[in-house]
Design a protein around this ligand. Structure first.
Ligand SMILES: [Zn+2]
Length: 361
């Protein structure tokens, strides 16, 4: 056999191998798809569309990409919001247009780019000047008047996962956050709160290598519980249950706080590379988490924390890095929902979100 013949033969072998792979992959895809059909729809309450300030065309491009994902994944609704910005930024300006155009499939929260920076700035002092309080209230009321379904993404403690990802920390019972709880209660809307819990002062864990994190992480659970107790009509949706970069956001803590605070709910981000994940990328689903879900079936929703980034976006690179993990996260959500009994999958998948975010009205 000459060289040409050899090439032909190995080419044919490659083709056969490729065909076998397709059959194999096709088989797996059919299996995955059948699972998705049986596990029902879901609502994603924590979703970020990322584009530059005022670039509505790019927001629209990101929204259309999100809608394609929603169709493929049977996601009924996504709740979009600005990440919790450390400094005053844009917020709902373009998202309000997107929510008008694509509602009710895309709805928004507001405050991540306005209220959260005001909170972080005010957090440096326990006193809040009257002028700041007034501006904060005006902004919050304007957000709701613009059609937002609640406030988010707000943070009281947010660790940095890369040099382009901020560190933010304020006492969770800071007067402005208590005030926001009252405003949320007044409108019967939730606050989406990113809160990395720390039960006692600890040295920064070695995996949090970003230079933005402080050397010591301060105890913050006392303030969080005072926030929860401040106004029982304020629904606090604690984001990112199931994946915790710090190590204290455990099923045990969540069970304890759910038992004590009737106005606490959590959104699940099940998959991550951290120990104790609800749905580890490899290996079995975490039974301890599942037991909490079963014992508090009305208190959990799904929030993937997915980022869809517009092609023309020119900001820091963290959103693009997070966007690459979106498919792994959705796979984890499919795994979780298909693992749960049908009734619980329906409640956690979408019924709880419809009630908490009042999506049917
Ligand atoms: Zn977050």
């Amino acid at each position: 056999m000459n060289e040409f013949g050899m090439r032909l033969r190995s080419g044919a072998l490659c083709l056969i191998t490729f065909a076998a792979l397709v059959v194999l992959l096709g088989g797996n895809l059919i299996v995955l798809d059948a699972r998705a059909q049986s596990q029902g729809d879901w609502i994603d309450v924590h979703f970020h569309l990322i584009a530059d300030k005022g670039d509505l065309d790019s927001f629209d491009e990101a929204a259309r990409a999100a809608l394609q994902i929603m169709d493929a994944e049977r996601i009924r609704t996504i709740v979009v919001m600005s990440p919790p910005r450390p400094r005053e930024n844009f917020d709902i300006e373009s998202l309000a247009d997107i929510a008008k155009k694509y509602g009710p499939r895309i709805v928004m929260l507001g405050g991540g780019g306005t209220l959260n920076p005001m909170l972080q700035e005010a957090g440096k002092s326990p006193e809040v000047p009257e002028e700041v309080r007034r501006r904060f209230e005006e902004t919050a009321q304007r957000i709701i008047a613009s059609g937002a379904k609640g406030f988010g993404e707000i943070t009281a403690h947010h660790v940095s996962l890369s040099p382009s990802h901020g560190y933010e920390s304020v006492p969770a019972d800071h007067p402005l956050l208590l005030f926001l709880a009252d405003i949320a209660a007044q409108h019967d809307v939730p606050i989406d709160l990113h809160f990395d819990p720390v039960p006692a002062d600890v040295e920064k864990p070695s995996n949090l290598s970003s230079p933005r994190n402080p050397a010591v992480l301060k105890e913050n659970l006392g303030g969080f519980q005072r926030l929860l107790a401040h106004n029982r009509k304020a629904k606090i949706v604690w984001a990112h249950a199931g994946t915790d970069p710090v190590g204290y956001f455990t099923p045990k803590l969540v069970r304890e706080l759910l038992g004590r605070h009737s106005n606490l709910a959590l959104s699940i981000r099940p998959t991550g590379p951290f120990p104790g994940a609800m749905v580890p990328p490899k290996g079995a689903i975490n039974d301890e988490w599942i037991a909490v879900l079963r014992d508090f079936p009305d208190r959990f929703v799904i929030g993937s924390d997915n980022f869809v980034v517009a092609t023309r976006y020119t900001g820091p690179d963290a959103p693009r890095i997070f966007a690459q993990r979106a498919e792994i996260q959705r796979h984890g959500i499919r795994r979780l929902l298909s693992h749960l009994p049908a009734d619980l999958a329906r409640r956690i998948g979408y019924e709880n979100a419809e009630r908490l975010y009042r999506l049917r009205r």
